[in-house]
Design a protein around this ligand. Structure first.
Ligand SMILES: Nc1ncnc2c1ncn2[C@@H]1O[C@H](COP(=O)(O)OP(=O)(O)OP(=O)(O)O)[C@@H](O)[C@H]1O
Ligand SMILES: [Mg+2]
Length: 152
């Protein structure tokens, strides 16, 4: 017999390429994924958190790395957001996670970014967050949002 959750929550994979200095792909991909999750009837709070993670993580690739990709996996139990980039890497992840820490250059700050709030925001919206980074090579960020779990 078919299990209900299996029948109604399909496995979905969405992928976006992030090119150098593409400041539009973050909001574009966040709104595309929002629509998909709304069609699946996923709770508004989960959609909101997922969209924030996608936006901030993709923005970080566009701003701080050279290029990369965003992948979103929707499974019956969990949404996974993954960004992988080729770039400078993060020297001190603990420091980068602090509110207000940013290495964004002046021209980026003039565009309204570089408040140092992206990673703390991602952390707050995720149930699990893992950042793997190698100096001079790049960074991989993996965030999970559980569909049936209370978020603190
Ligand atoms: N993918 C990445 N590659 C290299 N460095 C990164 C990456 N993501 C984050 N960082 C580093 O971590 C710092 C903190 O990131 P965070 O997203 O919190 O702030 P921000 O991007 O500088 O500003 P905001 O997100 O508020 O616009 C960045 O300034 C940068 O030094
Ligand atoms: Mg950021």
């Amino acid at each position: 017999m078919l299990n209900n959750s299996f029948r109604f929550t399909p496995h979905i994979t969405l992928e976006f390429k992030i090119e150098e200095k593409d400041f539009f792909i973050a909001s574009e991909s966040a709104s595309r994924i929002k629509k998909t999750l709304q069609q699946l009837g996923i709770k508004q709070d989960i959609i909101k958190r997922t969209a924030i993670i996608i936006y901030e993580a993709a923005m970080n690739v566009a701003i701080h790395a050279i290029h990369g990709a965003l992948k979103v996996y929707v499974d019956p139990e969990v949404i996974s957001v993954v960004t992988e980039d080729v770039g400078p890497g993060i020297e001190n992840v603990e420091l980068a996670m602090k509110e207000g820490y940013s290495t964004a250059p002046q021209e980026i700050r003039e565009m309204g970014f570089g408040a140092g709030m992206g990673l703390p925001n991602i952390k707050q919206c995720s149930d699990e967050l893992v950042i793997d980074t190698k100096i001079g090579e790049g960074t991989t960020l993996k965030a999970k949002i559980y569909l049936n779990k209370n978020h603190e």
